[in-house]
Design a binder for this molecule. Structure first.
Ligand code: HSE
Length: 380
């Protein structure tokens, strides 16, 4: 296999290192935006056409990130009969239907195992479960940065801005941490997982999402005193009229698996009718975990498997009508709705009776305009 590698950051460098010295996979060209040290002579190019028009290159590996020009590059590669392997969750979530359709039409492979769960072989196992069983639900901890923050806040009383700074210093959180802490990153991973689990195409941007930006040390103290641990969780399950998918901070009992997930690890679960729950734990990011899953995808293609994780992609609606549970809500501006559902008081927050999740997440989004410090968490 001859690879045209798009991007040479942390993951791209790991891919080059893992493939060097192998007889079966060779990185033949690397597309760069600007000169970078550490590349063997003759590999670098600044023109994508050098990869596209190189007939030796049968597989394009995209780790440059972003939607554009990544989308144009991978579609051009597939049009030309090249396989595509990508770790780019934003690209797959936004263009799921187009990319899976084009791969099918052109008879090329499209794989994205590293896009969800970094180094965890989650998507391949989800596809494996589906061969024999019916998936009822998928979800869990799919973002390492936010888990690092939540875990640290439970270990010692520390405020969110301080621990976010530490996460940035350790290289977990980006300089602009919004995609992680506001839930966009985990929402994209949930969307890809749900699409594969339920043969669906969901509108990623419509999945109700609340992040952890406004959580405080006092919130965590209240959760701990009631025996709960807070994690940013993604959830998707089959619903009567589509798929019920959402992302929210969630309070789980201290005895639950999610409560024990340390630092920046991920824990992704699938519940299927026959096999019940299976959970996959590991590093959701990082140079060698992520590069390892990319190279594994290349090896799968090399072994002759050109199929995507599912061969169906049918546009599906989001249906949250049947999902309800209690919530913890802290806001300085309670309104009539909140007063009407209040069942208990925890510190400076309240606990509601069971509320419809889609209505609660829509309320919370509106509430942030009235009270930008408002925080909510579902209670499982
Ligand atoms: N920012 C992501 C995380 C990286 O923290 O999990 C992997 O997608």
């Amino acid at each position: 296999m001859n690879i045209g590698l798009l991007g040479f950051g942390v993951v791209g460098g790991g891919i080059l290192e893992l493939t060097q010295g192998r007889g079966d996979i060779t990185v033949s060209r690397v597309l760069l935006r600007s000169p970078k040290p550490g590349l063997p002579e003759g590999l670098a190019t600044y023109d994508f056409n050098d990869i596209l028009c190189d007939e030796r290159i049968d597989t394009v590996v995209e780790v440059m990130g972003g939607l554009h020009p990544a989308y144009e590059y991978v579609t051009a590669a597939m049009e030309r009969g090249k396989n595509v392997v990508t770790a780019n969750k934003a690209l797959i979530a936004a263009y799921y239907r187009e990319l899976t359709g084009l791969a099918k039409e052109k008879g090329v492979a499209l794989r994205c195992t590293a896009a969800v769960g970094g180094g965890i072989p989650w998507l391949v196992n989800l596809a494996r479960i589906k061969r024999l069983d019916t998936v009822c639900a998928v979800g869990g901890i799919m973002n390492g940065t936010t888990n690092f923050i939540m875990d640290a806040m439970h270990r010692a009383p520390v405020d969110f801005p301080a621990i976010l700074k530490e996460a940035q210093a350790l290289g977990y959180a980006e300089a602009d941490p919004s995609a992680d802490i506001d839930g966009d990153d985990i929402r994209r991973k949930l969307c890809i997982s749900a699409n594969i689990a339920f043969d669906a195409v969901l509108d990623e941007t419509a999945i109700p999402t609340f992040g952890i930006r406004t959580v405080t040390a006092a919130d965590i103290a209240a959760f701990k005193s009631h025996g709960f641990v807070c994690r940013l969780l993604a959830a998707a399950e089959a619903a009567e009229n589509g798929v019920c998918a959402y992302v929210e901070p969630t309070l789980v009992a201290a005895s639950e698996l999610e409560a024990a997930v340390p630092a920046n690890y991920n824990l992704i679960s699938c519940t299927a009718e026959g096999v019940g729950r299976q959970s996959f734990f590991g590093q959701g990011a990082g140079r060698f975990p992520t590069a390892g899953n990319v190279v594994q995808d290349c090896l799968t293609i090399l072994a002759g498997n050109k199929s995507f994780y599912t061969d169906k992609a049918v546009p599906a609606a989001l249906d949250g009508s049947a999902e309800a549970h209690p919530y913890y809500v802290r806001t300085a501006a309670p309104d009539d709705f909140l007063r009407s559902v209040t069942a208990d008081t925890w510190g400076s927050g309240i606990v509601t009776a069971a509320c419809n999740s889609y209505e609660m997440l829509a309320w919370a989004k509106r509430q942030l305009a009235a009270d930008p410090a408002c925080f909510i968490a579902g209670i499982r």
